[in-house]
Design a protein around this ligand. Sequence first.
Ligand code: FEO
Length: 170
Amino acid sequence: MISKKMAQTLNKQLNNELYSAYLYLSMSSFTTFIGLKGAANWFMVQYQEEMTHAMKFYDYLNSQGEHAQLAAIAAPPTEFGTLLSMFEQTLKHEQFITKCINDLMDQAVKEKDHATQIFLQWFVTEQIEEEGNDNDIIARLKLVGDSTQGLMMIDRDLAARVFTPPAAPA
Ligand code: FEO
């Protein structure tokens, strides 16, 4: 059982995760349009991951006797500039999500809600990985600078990313 306030904020995060999915799907479309197929694959995998994050919140709310409520999802941008700028925007968005997860965790601790703390722990770890990935790609993009050859090389690497559904809890 979780408090009404906890349910409300978890529900808000469900919407944030759906927006994240929407944002990365839009980025995938944009990178396809500008001819960066590898980046388009990377953002499509990111979209798939975000959908699994949203479903974790959906399932958790329903498992706690609450009812996941679906709100309107804001429209994401449709144009994003250079690939470096796209990954900087991605990192900024993920930093916002990390803050949301931290705020949720603070609330769960304050309410002595142990179940929600355990549930959120997965997201705390996930956010470390997400920000780390973005920082690595940003560093590589900065290294190659204006080199088209360098950009193509990074795009080839981004093409190798594969979606792996998160493991079911033990
Ligand atoms: Fe669901 Fe990218 O955090």
